[in-house]
Design a binder for this molecule. Structure first.
Ligand SMILES: Cc1ncc(COP(=O)(O)O)c(C=O)c1O
Length: 476
């Protein structure tokens, strides 16, 4: 590990200190929130109850996230120092709001942008809100299981020849499965063309720790980076960070702040922000011994999975491991694991993704136990259809966001949708990557993919009554 900071200042937890002081000071609450430090809560919910005195509002001594001048400023500055950013922000609505603010704040209406097609839906939503003209770049796919592996440099070079005035490149790094790709090459190439690089690093807030973790997007020179702290660090669900690279202009900085203000609550949750501060503190003092504990815990579980006859696929991110069971679908494997109390992150056709925690050496962890997998009589017949998906290297929407607003929307049945323009994203979960984009003309291949997801009982968002979808009418 080549951790950059071991600064005594990083011991500071200003938000925690002020909330503790406030807890001691406040005898009576005549302010929001309505639970008044838990006064009207069921006392039997003890673990939740003990947190309620930290659920505060902007009373004196506390600070305002949208214009921080006190503890929140200090707390966020410590985050910026740890990540060596120009400036870093706490987000209370996940990478979702981070992606919206990053994209809306870094572009202008009508700009052409390159977007990794396998991006998260929040990126797609940002493109629409910002009224951009996206050119979607198809990522490389893992030969083994067709999971996305990021945009290659040749694909970007080829796309720049066709679209030389693109203003920003928006990528996901690492992939959901914890795979990385040569992002530095893309950044260097884009920079030469005065194109911003905006990175959804939702799954990589821990990369700042250095090797054996892959390089972080900020260290590789990205302009703006968004991270879901809650995914891989010990912070609460919905928490995230946004970081500005050191060369980002003041106008982008102020536009991003403007959108964060517009898009986030005017009553940001203090428990969420406190957990963001804790996650920064946790990272700042994560040392070699902690790393050993972390990898040892992972390896002991890997051994148990191997002993049970599973195949192990280690991702580039040491904390992400996929397991597969010969002749069985990911769904069947996940169900068998759940019966033994093991809940995984997501299932694919024939793999199950596990995310491991960062652990301090003093963490009390239970011993991995051995697994009992009940062989099914036969293969459960996984349909390999998704692996045959072939997509154009780049595509533009068939109907721009602006023109979409002028069209009527109607319903059609899935089997009648070929050649029609989708009026809604169709997104299977997990991993939440849109299979069909709003504004895209549906192909028979895409319809087959949607059918496949339904046949696998995957949750598919964007379909009405499971088999109907919204399309734009062609003639108004
Ligand atoms: C790649 C990616 N980006 C962004 C998000 C949104 O993150 P959040 O849940 O923090 O809003 C996710 C969520 O799964 C994701 O996988």
């Amino acid at each position: 590990m080549n951790r950059k900071k071991d600064d005594a200042k990083q011991h500071r937890r200003p938000l925690f200190d002020v909330l503790k002081q406030h807890e001691k000071k406040e005898k009576v609450s005549f302010h929001v929130p309505g639970h008044k430090n838990g006064m009207n809560w069921d006392p039997s919910l003890t673990s939740f109850h003990s947190m309620l005195s930290f659920d505060q509002t902007e009373v004196s001594g506390l600070d305002y996230l949208h214009e921080p001048v006190g503890v929140l400023k200090e707390s966020q500055d410590l985050l910026g120092e740890l990540y060596s950013s120009k400036k870093s922000y706490y987000l209370v609505n996940g990478s979702t709001v981070g992606n919206l603010a990053m994209i809306m704040g870094s572009t202008n209406k009508g700009d052409q942008v390159f977007v990794d097609r396998s991006c998260h839906q929040s990126v797609i939503h940002a493109l629409e809100l910002a009224e951009l003209h996206p050119v979607f770049l198809t990522p490389e796919l893992n030969e083994l299981d067709a999971t996305p592996l990021g945009i290659s440099l040749p694909r970007l070079e080829e796309a720049f020849k066709l679209y030389p005035s693109v203003k920003a490149l928006i990528v996901t790094y690492p992939t959901y499965d914890g795979m990385v790709y040569p992002l530095k090459e893309l950044i260097d190439y884009a920079r030469k063309r005065k194109c911003l690089v905006l990175v959804d690093e939702a799954h990589g807030p821990h990369f700042t720790l250095g090797a054996p973790f892959p390089a972080s997007a900020l260290d590789l020179g990205a302009d703006v980076v968004v991270q879901s702290a809650h995914k891989m660090l010990p912070s609460l669900t919905q928490t995230a960070y946004l970081h500005l690279g050191n060369h980002v202009s003041f106008s982008i900085e102020s536009q991003i702040e403007h959108y964060l203000h517009i898009l986030q609550s005017s009553s940001p949750s203090y428990p969420l922000m406190l957990s963001l501060e804790y996650a920064r503190y946790f990272l700042a003092f994560f040392n070699e011994k902690d790393l050993e504990t972390t990898l040892d815990y992972r390896d002991r579980w890997k051994k148990q999975f191997e002993n049970a006859g599973l195949e192990i696929l280690q991702s580039d991110d040491p904390l992400k491991v996929r397991v597969s069971w010969a002749k069985h679908s990911g769904e069947v494997l996940a169900t068998q694991l759940e019966e033994q109390g093991i809940f995984s992150e997501k299932t694919e056709e024939d793999t199950v993704l596990l995310t491991f925690p960062l652990l301090k050496q003093e963490a009390e962890v239970s011993e991995p136990f051995s697994l009992q997998l009940l062989q099914q009589a036969e293969s459960d017949g996984v349909d390999r259809g998704r692996k045959r998906l072939s997509m154009a290297p780049h595509m533009e929407l068939d109907l721009s966001y602006n023109n979409q607003k002028k069209r009527r929307v109607k319903r059609t049945r899935l089997e009648e949708a070929q050649g029609k323009i989708a009026a809604q994203n169709i997104t299977p979960y997990p991993p939440g990557i849109p299979l069909v984009l709003k504004g895209e003309r549906l192909t028979s291949e895409q319809i087959r993919q949607v059918e496949y997801c339904l046949s696998q009982s995957m949750r598919v968002v964007g379909l009405e009554n499971k088999r109907e979808l919204f399309i734009f009418s062609e003639n108004d």
